[in-house]
Design a protein around this ligand. Structure first.
Ligand code: NDP
Length: 445
């Protein structure tokens, strides 16, 4: 049995039932295998055995009361995976599907993604199985306060800096930051994605979606292509999907789909600026369902449907993990897709990823393609430390630079290991090298 297989088997045995975590580990182990031949020092220091084990994982009870006076108990998580290159950094996800395996997969991915940004951030992730959908603002506030009554002990601007993710946006971050500030009696940059009036960076809401499109544009440019005039399918209709759509519009592409966990809309005319404003209001203010878009504009809505059945040049999955399976990937390729950029974390199953890589299309993996969000989070931390806010233009131009650099590092590593255009390998190796070297330098920690 190879060393990689042995480590993977141990991960499965030690973390039973955590299938998303196993999937994320397997992908990284397979990518970095060729690195080990060139770097025997990583093998003797058992970097891989250490990197797959979180430095610390915290689970806690979150009791809260609904508007009818009924008591509920949810579970809170924070996995502090690796701090070799900086304080733990990664979002909080509130979704009923959350359990330790999801948080560990996300925390593990975050290590390499954060390393790719070139900023000093380690990897972590957290969240809860709480479902904010259908809850009143008062219920969400009570939950967030209760969550923070425990989490505050483990975080801090130089220790661990959470942010948003699925189900955690500006409202939730506000409630959590408020409670943190009250219990520690300090105003400090402990969260990113804060409101611009209280320490948040301009450009952070846009960063993941914009960054995804910048990265996709880099892949296309390198291949002699351009986004302008292209037809794009996007899944999801939350933060990442909204700003991916916004940037596609700015760059002259036509976006024809959006979705949520209930279904998909297909608008062959394209979602224009006015329709985009409607989506922003529908999703962020009214917190409604995407089905209402179909009613408003008289277009197709498919209950439980996915965007991958529609013809497109570029697909940007921006909803959740494993949302593109092998069948969807084959349909996309058969329909002539030329590029896929992952806005969500691990949206393609391993079968889907194999199909994309074998077909020779441009495939931008999440670690690289969606790193814009955490990059601007890193810039928010820098502004908080300086106590000086930067303009939107300054942040956006830094983001563009970071995404260019991530693409360059990713494609360079892919070439170096003889797999030109395999950006999965490229991103995993580029992120891994930086963290592995830091771990080696710091000894057996
Ligand atoms: P939001 O909560 O704002 O939006 C999530 C969207 O995806 C919603 O439309 C939601 O629909 C849909 N969705 C969620 N779960 C499922 C599911 N199980 N099946 C189908 N659709 C689903 O989250 P974000 O936009 O912030 O995050 C989207 C993805 O991007 C996640 O994978 C996240 O980890 C990743 N990401 C986010 C970053 C950020 O800065 N926000 C940074 C990097 C990655 P519904 O409303 O019905 O639940």
């Amino acid at each position: 049995m190879s060393m990689i297989d042995k480590i993977y088997k141990q991960v499965e045995e030690r973390n039973p039932g955590e299938k998303e975590f196993h999937q994320a580990v397997k992908e990284v182990l397979e990518s970095v295998e060729p690195v080990l031949d060139k770097h025997p020092e990583f093998v003797s220091a058992k970097i891989l055995d250490r990197i797959v084990e979180p430095e610390r994982q915290i689970m806690f009870r979150v009791p809260w009361m609904d508007d009818n006076g009924e008591v509920h108990v949810n579970r809170g998580f924070r996995v502090q995976f690796n701090s070799a290159i900086g304080p733990y950094k990664g979002g909080l996800r509130f979704h009923p599907s959350v359990y330790l395996g999801i948080i560990k997969f996300l925390g593990f991915e975050q290590i390499f993604k954060n390393a790719l940004t070139g900023l000093a951030m380690g990897g972590g992730k957290g969240g809860s199985d709480f479902d904010p959908k259908g809850k009143s603002d008062a219920e969400v506030m009570r939950f967030c306060h209760s969550f923070m009554n425990e989490l505050y002990r483990y975080i801090g601007p130089d220790t661990d800096v959470p942010a948003g993710d699925i189900g955690v946006g500006a409202r939730e971050i506000g409630y959590m930051f408020g409670q943190y500030r009250k219990v520690v009696n300090r105003f400090e940059g402990v969260f990113t994605g804060k409101g611009p009036e209280w320490g948040g960076s301009l450009g952070r809401p846009e960063a993941t979606g914009y960054g995804l499109v910048y990265f996709t544009q880099e892949m296309l440019k390198d291949d002699g292509k351009d986004l302008k005039g292209k037809t794009v399918t996007i899944s999801g209709s939350g933060n990442v999907a909204q700003f991916a759509l916004d940037k596609c519009l700015q760059l002259g592409a036509k976006v024809v789909t959006l979705s949520d966990s209930s279904g998909t809309i297909y608008d062959p005319e394209g979602i224009d600026r006015d329709k985009f404003e409607y989506v922003m209001e529908l999703k962020n203010i009214r917190r409604g369902r995407i089905e209402e878009y179909a009613e408003e504009y008289g277009v197709e809505y498919v209950d439980r449907g996915v965007p991958w059945v529609y013809e497109c040049d570029i697909a940007l999955p921006c909803a959740t993990q494993n949302e593109i399976d092998g069948k969807d990937a084959q349909t996309l390729v058969d329909n002539g897709v030329t590029a896929v950029g992952e806005g969500a974390n691990m949206p393609s199953t391993p079968e889907a990823m194999d199909i994309f890589l074998e077909s020779g299309i441009l495939f931008g993996p999440a670690k690289a393609a969606n790193a814009g969000g955490v990059s601007v989070s890193g810039l928010e931390m820098a502004q908080n430390s300086q106590r000086v806010p930067w303009s939107f233009e300054e942040v956006d131009s830094k983001l563009q630079n970071i995404m260019k650099n991530i693409y360059a590092a990713t494609s360079q590593q892919a070439k170096k290991y003889g797999k030109e255009k395999n950006f999965v390998l490229g991103a995993n190796v580029a992120g891994f090298m930086k963290v592995a070297k830091a771990m080696l330098d710091q000894g057996l920690i």
